[in-house]
Design a protein around this ligand. Sequence first.
Ligand code: URA
Length: 289
Amino acid sequence: MRQIGKACGHFFICSTRVRSGSAIRGFVRHRMAAQRGGPALSHGRTSAFSTCPRPRARSLPMKSTVSDLVVQRSATTARGEAAVPTRLSVARTREALLELKKATDRCRECPLGARATQAVCGEGRVRSAIMVVGEQPGDKEDVQGRPFVGPAGKLLDRALDELGWTREELYVTNAVKHFKYELRGKRRMHKTPAQREAEACHHWLQDEIDLVRPPALVALGATAARVLLGRQVAVTKERGRWHGDPSGRPVLVTLHPSALLRGDPRQRDEAWQAWLKDLGIALPRKAKD
Ligand code: URA
């Protein structure tokens, strides 16, 4: 916080959202807007960093490194429109994503952070044409700190392989960054995140999107689709088509791989082919080398 105070002079942070990526962006937007002499607005909202009493602000942590990096990548005008897109180098983007992961790890904006081992952020190519968004980390992901390393991830890898893609060509992440589970004996059983939890986590995903800036996204399952499109999505009806997110970015909706794993074994082949067909819209089949 002392560094932020130094960096921005008279702007102080006043809410718990200081820990959040959107607050990070808000902070720098505020600073950028102030430098331009305009109001500090972010998508029509006043910055979380506007007029805050100093004493409270002093006790809060600071995120100046990531804030600079994130906002260089997602500069907006005072009216909240995309401004001149500043491209960070790959190295700086990676650095910002690492900072983001550390900030996400500390997030306690919903109860999930306190129970999980760690936050699981995305990984993959930072200049990827496609960002794949799942629901939330599972048990294995929570322990390893990497997305899609459990059974759902193995199925995703199989599908990618079938289509001639590799995980390394994509950026793969989740809508919710901490594992939600209930204990059954010693086993941690996956629990679907509540809407409010997904909403609380949305700004972290948005920061990843702002940094990676994929031209298109794939939403795996209802949680990802709802977060990305900003509305309820009937996945079985809306799957296999492009939809526009609120900024107009194309989002392909399809099933979550867990739905295939749980599905009726007698319909497994059919479900698999239908899923490949959906995924193939965003990831056109490539000839294998
Ligand atoms: N399911 C998801 O949605 N994400 C993961 O990372 C793993 C399982």
